[in-house]
Design a protein around this ligand. Structure first.
Ligand code: FES
Ligand code: FES
Length: 159
């Protein structure tokens, strides 16, 4: 049997050679070249490295590879592309919500996780979902508007 840690990344089964105690963020960026999830604090405190694990937003900087064996990991690249953006990505662009943009990939992941199970969140629910994501630029109000816009677009699409 092939050595390594097996998991699914953005819909594709992978067997990864990194040591099992390597943090998931380093595996994604270093071994797989998926650079959208970003290193910020490295301590689970800023949200810039968030990815989905079985649909739940988690900090990948302090998640060891062994803990996601057999699970489904989705990075921002797996949520949408430039040609086919996720509604959250499209809404963040439409609302011009990014200033430096460093936090945005983590915001996309948190918002996508929220909207996957809460199609019509109120502002309190959006703020709670984004609470783990720090934005040093203070773009919070535009980000909030963008998540509302994305929620509406997803509801329209589902109608
Ligand atoms: S880099 Fe992971 S939470 Fe800050
Ligand atoms: S847009 Fe700069 S940190 Fe959020």
């Amino acid at each position: 049997m092939e050595a390594g840690t097996r998991l699914t990344v953005n819909g594709t089964g992978r067997t990864l050679a990194s040591a099992p105690d390597t943090m998931l963020l380093d595996v994604l960026r270093g071994e797989l070249g998926l650079k959208a999830a970003r290193f910020g604090c490295g301590e689970g405190l800023c949200g810039s490295c968030r990815v989905l694990v079985d649909g739940h937003a988690v900090a990948s900087c302090n998640t060891p590879l062994w803990s996601v064996a057999g699970r489904e990991v989705t990075t921002p690249e797996g949520l949408g592309t430039a040609d086919a953006p996720h509604p959250v990505q499209a809404a963040l662009i439409a609302e011009q919500a990014a200033q430096c943009g460093y936090c945005i990939s983590g915001i996309v992941v948190s918002a996508a996780a929220l909207l996957a199970h809460t199609p019509d969140p109120d502002d309190a629910a959006i703020r709670a979902a984004l609470d783990p994501n720090l934005c040093r630029c203070g773009a919070h109000n535009r980000i909030l508007r963008a998540v509302r816009r994305a929620a509406a677009a997803m509801r329209d699409r589902a109608a």
